[in-house]
Design a protein around this ligand. Structure first.
Ligand code: AMP
Ligand code: MG
Length: 486
């Protein structure tokens, strides 16, 4: 196990020329920096001794203070399409990569201004770090690719948003934080040599099994399609799917105004500033492809010297999106329904269900978890499912089709239940849960954060003492409003 002063640093990103980043020192949190939460599971990824939490130097490191000499803190440069419009220069405006250890980049979010901060203050407020910390870990344990989170440090430093709040820092980790926008910027500046260097870097270290740029692009297309299919299956809405928030590794990246579905609503918009619903829940699969189009466009100079041939190659990569998405989504929905064999009617069965769930304001997570309790040959115990529907007969009508379909399977009720409970989580991070943890933390009590972290690390397990977290959200939950960067 390593301590802060023995961690081996290996900053591969700095082997790229300085066109890709700016060296910049974090600005330490002022006003009594203190631990808000430390995630032992993430510490294991870099073999960090959890007792380091008792080391004041380690707290200092996570608060943007002293860092080991071998760290080379830097902010990455990128651009991106934001809400459909190209923004020629973004970059890490409030995140600094401290260094890389054992294949994990350690990035401190909220660590002060960088050359890319524009008018921002480079800080992050406590509430936004708590949301990212809890959700990224929740996603990981749901089996969805994501950045991870090691810890949060809070402070008494004031930051000004709609009201005065306190600054905090989140230490997040990913094999790479390179985004679609990291490529777009060099394409739009017509710096094709730099574009090639970046692609070579990504190919060499993160996709060593691909043989050319077309293959690389195709892999990114497939990973992104798979990622978004997984979001749809679990009912996750990202909220700000700008291309600067799209990971080249197919990770869920940059948690802002995200939200999990409570009642099923295809048009769910979790970001209150997204007035057009560009990033509504049911738009995510299309936006994923739209974003990949931006990436593919940036890849054109790499794909072929002949522009027409390059376009054809880009199209061939993009054509992998829909089949990959469909395959993951369809397999996932069969699993959600507890079906092993494939039947052509399964898609309709699911589509019909989603329509009645939407009409009847049925909670997405609760429904699928309870569906595992349905008895194939006995309708007398259906009430726990029927009661979730405003019109009970809507459930009954769907259940007839579902039971017919179950007859084609060879599993018994118990086997189906076990299989379904492995894919339909009991616990998700509902907005109100994060909100409660935030309110308590703002009042100085951080225990709810740790409690939720532990809860969400086993989302598929029955947890006797935590049953209440599996209930419907309270009425006040619908009033919570979240919007972009904070
Ligand atoms: P986001 O919507 O969080 O993905 O951020 C979009 C861009 O704004 C990125 O370049 C961020 O680094 C930058 N940004 C967001 N908040 C701040 C802030 N408080 N200070 C400086 N830059 C910021
Ligand atoms: Mg971002």
């Amino acid at each position: 196990m390593y301590k802060l002063n023995t961690l081996p640093w290996d900053n591969r990103f700095t082997t790229l020329p300085s066109d890709f980043y700016s060296y910049v020192k974090p600005r330490k949190l002022e006003g009594n920096p203190h631990w808000i939460s430390f995630n032992k599971e993430a510490a294991k990824l870099i073999q960090l001794d959890s007792n380091e939490v008792n080391n004041p130097d380690f707290l200092d490191f996570c608060a943007g203070g002293n860092y080991p000499k071998a760290c080379q803190p830097l902010a990455m440069l990128y651009s991106g399409h934001q809400f459909g419009h190209y923004n020629p220069q973004l970059g890490d405006g409030r995140a600094i990569m401290l260094g890389e250890t054992q294949g994990w980049e350690l990035q401190l979010k909220g660590s002060g201004i960088t050359p890319y901060s524009r008018s921002g203050d480079g800080r992050a407020v406590l509430r936004s770090t708590i949301r990212e910390y809890l959700c990224s870990e929740a996603m990981h344990y749901l089996g969805i690719p994501t950045t991870r989170a090691l810890c949060i440090v809070g402070s008494e430093e004031n930051v000004y948003r709609e009201q005065i709040e306190t600054a905090a820092m989140l230490l997040r980790m990913a094999p790479s934080h390179i985004r679609f926008g990291s490529f777009e910027i060099f394409f739009h500046r017509q710096q094709f040599d730099l574009l090639r260097q970046l692609a070579n870097f990504v190919k060499r270290y993160y996709y060593p099994y691909v043989n050319d740029y077309l293959n690389l692009l195709t892999e990114v297309v497939q990973r992104t399609a798979k990622l978004i299919a997984q979001w749809q299956l679990v009912g996750f809405a990202h909220g700000v799917m700008n291309t600067d928030n799209m990971s080249i590794l197919g990770l869920t990246l940059d948690y802002g105004p995200f939200g999990f579905l409570d009642n099923y609503n295809a048009h769910f918009i979790c970001n209150h500033s997204d007035h057009q619903g560009r990033y509504a829940f049911d738009q995510q699969p299309y936006i994923g492809l739209w974003n990949l189009n931006c990436l593919a466009h940036a890849f054109l100079p790499l794909l072929d010297d002949d522009p027409n041939a390059a376009v054809e190659k880009a199209k061939s990569a993009l054509q992998q999106y829909q089949p990959t998405f469909q395959q993951v989504w369809q397999m996932g929905l069969r699993q959600k329904l507890g079906l092993i064999h494939e039947a052509a009617t399964d898609i309709d069965l699911m589509a019909d269900l989603l329509v009645v769930m939407q009409d009847n304001q049925v909670d997405y997570t609760i429904f699928f978890r309870r569906l595992s309790l349905l008895k194939q040959a006995d309708t007398s115990q259906d009430s726990i499912l029927r009661e979730l529907f405003l019109k009970h007969e809507d459930f009954d009508a769907w259940a007839i089709k579902y039971r017919q379909r179950l007859k084609q399977e060879r599993q018994n009720d118990e086997q189906r239940k076990i299989a379904m409970n492995m894919v339909n989580p009991k616990y998700i991070l509902r907005n109100y849960m994060a909100e409660q943890a935030i309110q308590q933390a703002e009042a100085g009590d951080y225990s709810e954060i740790d409690k939720l972290l532990k809860l969400l690390q086993s989302p598929f397990d029955e947890q006797k003492d935590n049953e209440h977290y599996a209930n419907h959200p309270p009425a006040w939950a619908s009033e919570i409003s979240v919007s972009c960067s904070s």
